[in-house]
Design a protein around this ligand. Sequence first.
Ligand code: G3H
Ligand code: 13P
Ligand code: ZN
Length: 318
Amino acid sequence: MIVTTAQLFKHAYGKYAVGAFNINNAEQAMGLFQGAIDAKAPFIIQISKGARKYTDKRMLEAIIRAASDIFPEAIFAVHLDHGDEETCYDCIDSGFFSSVMIDASHDPFDENVAITKRVVDRAHAKGISVEAELGMLGGVEEDIVVEEGNACLTDPEEAEQFVKLTGCDSLACAIGTSHGAFKFKGRQSLHFDVLEKIKARLPDFPLVMHGSSSVPQDEVARINAAGGEIAGSMGVDVNEYLPAAKKGVTKVNIDTDGRLVWTRVHREFFQQNPEQFDFRPPGKIFIKEYAKFIASRCELLGAAGTLDDLRASLPASA
Ligand code: G3H
Ligand code: 13P
Ligand code: ZN
């Protein structure tokens, strides 16, 4: 069942974080729905601009609707990840999205405010909520590369001002995470001090953590043992998801880790079965392994086991 992102946030705020997972194809959708159901957790499906172009945006919509029929117990929202203004309007007008993200974080503050405000006005007129971003994460996202030196943490005072000026419904904050598989050279902690200051200025306001993949070292080792060349890198400490959720992080974005699962499964499969050319056997393994991964993330986010209570809290018409 597709619900609004606001409904998910209301249930989760301060208690657990909702996992937001990107999908590009049917195998990811099957693994995501199966894993979330196994964990009895709600979730957010994220669609990036790149995903909409990969096959066709109508294909993704059809896959999600079909998955919702196949897994009728699932409760989830559909969200545009890292949208520009034009893509936000397309998704708002589509009638399919629960929420959109306008990412104008690379623009100066005033411009970010103006663009975000325009999107908020258009989205709210249709009952859709808007995630905006302030501050700049490091790493690679879509076609933008931000060098570590240019990444900057969200300023708590600016965050308060930004939310007041734009009327956005949630805010992606830079608190020390980074997009992609090459995040940190050593172990690194989230900036809980900054998070606490933002929460103090924006109480009860859902915050979003992008770049939250953990880059599991065993996955990287298996990929490299099967012919990959993924250079050493560490990700976010999974034991920090729940403490962050208790401090207002209500949505945690995870994409890269799923790609690592895919890469490990396929590299190992074809290395061990060099005569094979059928993509379905490794596809089946991937769906199972991705479901296991999703369930483990829902546990770590504190979202596992919340589905029945969430369902009971929803209005009968939802
Ligand atoms: O932050 C970006 C997400 O990981 C989506 O990646 O734009 O390559 O689909 P993508
Ligand atoms: P990762 O690259 O850490 O998975 O982050 C994904 C993300 O932030 C999607 O918006
Ligand atoms: Zn992101």
